[in-house]
Design a protein around this ligand. Structure first.
Ligand SMILES: *Cc1c(COP(=O)(O)O)cnc(C)c1O
Length: 468
């Protein structure tokens, strides 16, 4: 299986190079050249454990890795999850909840980033190479990435966060990781400053090549493919519970990575009737599905910070399909988008049969939803999950089961629970997070300056000792 660029101006890459490279060299995003049809395999896969199912699904895409190596990566990745089912499904009133938060940082990003870490280590070891991952984070991605690569050979990770501007829990989840290959850097500046510093280093091609910089953001195709697995797994569980032929998934959406995995699963033949895209007040995607215009506005802070985005980095992959998989068309669209700051596809595409339904939510409703479900079911929803559940309810006809993706554990956002309920319930705390209090931390501070950041990486790499 090879990976092609949405912009069509770089060579197709084998899986290993696609994973290590992240972005295509022509600036496009990578996609599998063809999508396998899994309809004939579903019955054979139905009773597999999560890791065994992951090995089957990922095996369709990772042709140049041996099955044994892939299996090893998968089993090591999911051995650290705290639930035997890895992604259990439970009833939530008339809906279903797919819990994706049993990994080391209690967010769904662990599902892909735990696996990506082991894939990196395997691919680098094979090539005798090293990788220096650099990332900027406003919270969730940073800790999941750090936990995905801590202690792995051949990899260092440098994570920038805006000093004093991430939540205390998120900060502890990052800075209590003291493995020698992890560098937490607190920047005197904003998240945008952190992002600009990372971009500056990536744009310095000489530096980027010399220090083998790598990225872990959600444009990495391996992250998307790893997420296809839980759509398949959840489909089997809900079919067993209900006997339903088809189902729907409701997905709290930011960068369009998670829901794009569902879209791939649907195109591969998983019986998904609709994908329900849920956003908070930052509603560029629902507006697109309603109007055909992709039109960024200023980001407003919400109760669900991991979905506070302006431009969704994975959306180009979907636009590629809307263009009829024509790179020249897509390049024109992206050029117009850059020039005008808006992409108007009203006259070019029909979205009525896209398979997506979309909705947005407001702060007050999110709090009400959390309160209502806690009282009615005893289940405490985190604010991101609550956004998905609210939008799911609007589309619930009672005929097709809806599975809501629970993307974070509620204990990551205890203040929202307190605001919604008027008190802090026991479910808003988690032993893993409590245990971080008072643990040793390792973090350095940096000015918001790319040159100082570059010096910091260079000095770490030029010390005689190789990473681990
Ligand atoms: C990252 C994240 C999301 C959004 O996922 P995308 O793949 O960016 O759409 C939703 N909820 C939580 C808790 C997240 O961390």
């Amino acid at each position: 299986m090879h990976y092609i660029s949405t912009r069509g101006q770089s060579e197709p890459l084998p899986f290993g190079d696609a994973v290590l490279g992240g972005l295509a060299r022509d600036g496009g995003l990578l996609l599998p050249e063809t999508l396998p049809d899994i309809r004939d395999r579903l019955d054979d896969w139905r009773s597999l454990s999560y890791p065994d199912l992951a090995a089957e699904v990922m095996g369709l895409f990772a042709g140049d890795l041996s099955g044994t190596v892939l299996r090893g990566c998968i089993h090591r990745a999911y051995a650290r999850f705290r639930h035997p089912a890895i992604t259990p499904v439970r009833h939530l009133g008339e809906l279903f909840l797919l819990e994706l938060f049993h990994g080391p940082t209690l967010a769904f990003k662990d599902l892909a980033l735990q696996m990506l870490g082991h894939l990196f280590a395997e691919l680098l070891g094979k090539a005798g190479r090293e990788l220096n991952i650099v990332a900027a984070t406003s919270g969730d991605t940073g800790s999941a990435a750090i936990h995905g690569v801590r202690g792995l050979p051949g990899i260092r990770i440098f994570v920038l966060h805006p000093r004093g501007r991430v939540s205390p829990i998120q900060e502890r989840q990052m800075t209590t990781v003291t493995d020698p290959n992890v560098f937490n850097l607190a920047v005197d500046g904003s998240f945008d400053d952190c992002q600009a510093m990372v971009k500056a280093l990536f744009n310095d091609l000489a530096f980027r090549d010399r220090y083998a910089l790598g990225a872990v953001n959600s444009i990495n195709i391996a992250r998307v493919l790893a997420q296809v697995v839980y759509y398949v797994y959840a489909t089997f569980r809900v079919q067993a519970l209900t006997g339903a032929k088809q189902l729907c998934f409701a997905v709290p959406t930011g960068n369009f990575g998670d829901i794009f995995a569902g879209y791939l699963a649907r195109r591969m033949g998983l019986p998904i009737a609709h994908l329900i895209l849920a956003s908070n007040e930052n509603d560029i995607l629902p507006r697109f599905f309603e109007t055909g215009q992709y039109c960024p506005r200023t980001v407003v802070p919400t109760l669900s910070p991991s979905m506070d985005i302006q431009v969704a980095s994975n959306f180009e992959r979907y636009l590629f399909d809307l263009s009829g998989q024509r790179p020249s068309k897509l390049r024109t669209w992206m050029k117009h988008f850059q020039r005008d700051g808006v992409l108007d596809l009203r006259s070019e595409v029909r979205l009525t049969e896209s398979g997506f339904k979309a909705g947005r939510t407001a702060r007050a409703e999110t709090l009400t939803t959390i309160r209502r479900y806690y009282h009615e079911t005893g289940i405490l929803l985190d604010p991101h999950t609550a956004v998905g559940v609210q939008v799911a309810e609007r589309f619930n006809t009672g005929n097709t089961p809806i599975v809501c993706l629970a993307t974070a554990h509620p204990a990551k956002f205890p203040d929202v629970a307190t605001e919604a309920l008027g008190h802090t319930p026991p479910e808003a705390s988690h032993p893993l997070l409590n245990a971080l209090r008072g643990q040793p931390t390792r973090v350095e501070t940096l000015p918001a300056d790319a040159a100082t950041f570059a010096d910091c990486i260079a000095s770490v790499c030029n010390r005689a000792v190789p990473p681990l």
